[in-house]
Structures are given as structure tokens and as C-alpha cells.
Design a protein around this ligand. Structure first.
Ligand SMILES: [Zn+2]
Length: 135
């Protein structure tokens, strides 16, 4: 058991590594990780397994952000997208290496860990991954 590790830190770790959970009862994958399967409820207790997402998915919807915070000054406007991973879970991430006008719904994307977000003065939590066009 890893209950001694603060919940906050575990969540940061999973966000950096795209680690979710898979229910040992029904196989449902969740991200961020869950302690209990939303489908199985109590039956899943003790059966939740760590699950590494493959890092590939497609754009469900997106929005172009023009009013960027100070630390994004050099790269605005930028694109935030809801991405459906191949495993079926959805998450929100910035898209990089693509012009806003070239983003398409359904576009295949993959996780990139090259550019980590910076900590802002306000202590804003940035995801450790971003997504870029696949291939
Ligand atoms: Zn389940």
C-alpha cells in the first residue's frame, strides 16, 4: 500500500507519467487514477491496478487561448484540447508543434514529455505532458 504518500504528490506523479488505474473487476481504465471503480463500486476495492496510458489519442474538441498567462507569453496564442486516449479516457492538454488554424477534431495526437510546464508565481499546477500531432 502507498497510503503513506500524500495524495497530492501521488496525483502529481501520475500526471507527469500518464499513469491511471485499471479496474481488476471490469477492466475500466480511469485517468487520473481512482481508488474505486465508478462502475463496480465496492466490488473493485483492492482490485484497482496501476495502468500506464500509451500516450496516443485523438482530439475531441479544442479551444484557442489568446489571453495567455505570463509564462506562456512567448508562445501565444496556444491550443488547449480535450483528448480521448486510445484507452477511452479523456484528458485536457495543451497542443504543441501545430498552428491553431491547423488543428482538427479527430486529429491523431501523441504525448510529448519534452517540454515541462513551469511553475508560475501563483503556484499553478502545470501538467508534465503536452500533446503534439502523431506521426
Ligand atoms: Zn470496474
Amino acid at each position: 500500500m502507498s497510503l503513506a504518500i500524500p495524495r497530492f504528490w501521488r496525483e502529481i506523479q501520475s500526471r507527469y507519467n500518464l499513469i491511471g488505474t485499471k479496474c481488476g473487476n471490469c477492466g475500466k481504465v480511469d485517468f487520473p487514477p481512482r481508488a474505486v471503480c465508478p462502475v463496480c463500486g465496492r466490488k473493485s476495492i483492492g482490485k484497482m491496478q496501476r495502468f500506464q496510458l500509451g500516450g496516443k489519442g485523438s482530439v475531441v474538441t479544442y479551444t484557442v487561448i489568446h489571453d495567455a498567462p505570463a509564462q506562456f507569453e512567448m508562445q501565444k496564442p496556444y491550443v488547449m484540447a480535450i483528448i480521448e486516449m486510445d484507452e477511452g479516457v479523456r484528458l485536457t492538454s495543451q497542443l504543441i508543434d501545430v498552428k491553431p488554424e491547423d488543428v482538427r477534431i479527430g486529429m491523431k495526437v501523441q504525448a510529448s514529455f519534452r517540454k515541462l510546464g513551469q511553475d508560475g508565481d501563483a503556484g499553478v499546477i502545470h501538467y508534465g505532458y503536452k500533446f503534439r500531432p502523431a506521426g
